[in-house]
Design a protein around this ligand. Sequence first.
Ligand code: SAM
Length: 302
Amino acid sequence: MTVFVHTPVLLDEVMTYLQVRPDGTYLDCTTGEGGHAYAIGRQLSSEGTLFMMDVDAEVLAIARERLDSTAARKVIIRGNFRDMTRLLKDYSDTGFDGILMDLGFSSEQLAGTGKGLSFSHDQPLDMRLDDSLGTTARDIVNLFPEDTIADILWKYGEERRSRQVARAIVRRRQRAPIVTTSELAETVAAVFPTRHARIHPATKTFQALRIYVNDELNALEAGLKSASSLLNPHGRLLVISYHSLEDRIVKRSYLALCEKPVSGEPGFRLVNRKVVRPSDSEVAVNRRSRSAKLRVLERVSS
Ligand SMILES: C[S@@+](CC[C@H](N)C(=O)[O-])C[C@H]1O[C@@H](n2cnc3c(N)ncnc32)[C@H](O)[C@@H]1O
């Protein structure tokens, strides 16, 4: 029996805002192990359809099995949500009553799949969610010029010591290539004075490399644009983000869609003016939820 490692974040809130109709059509762009997808699938009848998308084939296979017993029609699509318009073009029923994006990566990807996403697990330094991508984190730290590494850490990790960290990485690789997450984490940690920090000193470096490797911010912008154009009237787009760079893009994209309806384009409204955060009790049982922010957009006219 498969044990599901990932606990879905803001699950009650997602289900409240999604307002699933049993015969509706829904798209989970970031299915992962299918925690949210399962909750949606259970509310759908055999007249309802759930499209399940993810860039990672391994977790998608887990989700497929998890939803086996649900009555809904399921469509599984392996691919990047930045390409969703192309990925969905062969299906006739692609107006959606609800679309979910739960950004980032799942606990299964963190621990089990050996992608080297976190310093908490000693793994080869890779970080590609999609194996077909060209550049790995190992390539960046071992081959990129020091200035470029520093720029990546600053831009995608908001790492204030980006230049010092980049220098430490380059010094370290002159002795031997940095090939594991532990080697990188140790190299970065050595830059920071010993203290009881709230977060591990390598957190921002790992975030920056992951965003760069997977081109996450550009994918998010493109995905939001496509998703909003695929909503049925009264359909909702829910995005859960985990750091300020993502949330900023979601917020700006939503505001732009609400404020400047180009003639002929659909109109939108913000369902929650204030961002939805997890309760203290959720954070207490699922630490991963602590930085989550949910924003909800609704298409108001056709
Ligand atoms: C936080 S997990 C989703 C967890 C899921 N909601 C659950 O409850 O089990 C995020 C998922 O998004 C996927 N992902 C990240 N970026 C993606 C992208 N650009 N396109 C498609 N999937 C993506 C990851 O592979 C990962 O499986």
